[in-house]
Design a protein around this ligand. Sequence first.
Ligand code: GLN
Length: 335
Amino acid sequence: QVAAPRLANVTILATGGTIAGTGATSTTTVGYTAATVGVQNLIKAVPELAKVANVTGEQVFQIASENMSNEHWLALAKRVNALLAQQNVDGIVITHGTDTLEETAYFLNLVVKSRKPVVLVGAMRPSTALSADGPINLFNSVLLAASPDAVGKGVLVAMNDQIQTAREVTKTNTSTLDSFRSPELGMIGYIQGGKPFFYRQSTRKHTVDSEFDVSALQSLPQVDIVYGYANVSPVALDAVVAAGAKGIIHAGVGNGSLAAKVLPSLKSARQKGVLVVRASRVGQGILARNGEANDDELDFVVADTLNAQKARILLMLALTKTSNSKDIQRMFYTY
Ligand SMILES: NC(=O)CC[C@H](N)C(=O)O
């Protein structure tokens, strides 16, 4: 008689979103209400979870993810770190609205102090819809969080049978099931037949190799994003500087080009000590340092391949450590 292998202990931290959403009818796939189903009912809806892990649920928030804030992130990261420090927790799944899921994933990728798996998951259809994607996504994410193969890979996203990394994944479609993709550098694996299959991993630092530590932080520095477009004016940029931004992400056109009408405001912001990071609205490609602007002379930083919303997260964390632009540029080439 051989003893059954020990099942991993996985904690599901529920934060809301469509995966916990309900609609008026089975064909309601838009215009439903997000964040109404509690974590115990999410777990009850997928009895198959018990076959792959000992699952415990905790309702940390119940929100639509457009309302995710820096304070939510700090609370969530502290809870994740506390749980992963426990010997009886092997992995964590976080259920999340899809709108800002990639941001929470990247934030945790930089501040979780453990090699144990952390997997974010959401759904594009509410729990009441025909062919709802939440249950299979939840099942896949729990088996991924329970898998020794997911250890040390950084924070992962498991949706639509694919495994994506926090740094690369982005929401690419407002409504289709295959919305979560890493169009630039690619997904790293699949989940099929109850098993994860990994093919690649990120070379960028994360989790235990990260220099960021939120354990003593109650807030994060204000960093705002301003967008580039034809006929742009400096109105929005000047407003965020006047409102006290410590850093600005400029999501410029093309390779982060700066319009002549905006450049004086960016220069004056930098002279006041505001950190300026050039990113691109394009969505793919390296932001060339000293390409479309002389970053050395302007003392600006470039975002490398990070999109603007993830550049905002890295800059906030960077500003908790230093205001030295060279050091911050190093961080953008490291994480
Ligand atoms: N598909 C979704 O999860 C979107 C619902 C909601 N806007 C949210 O992000 O929480």
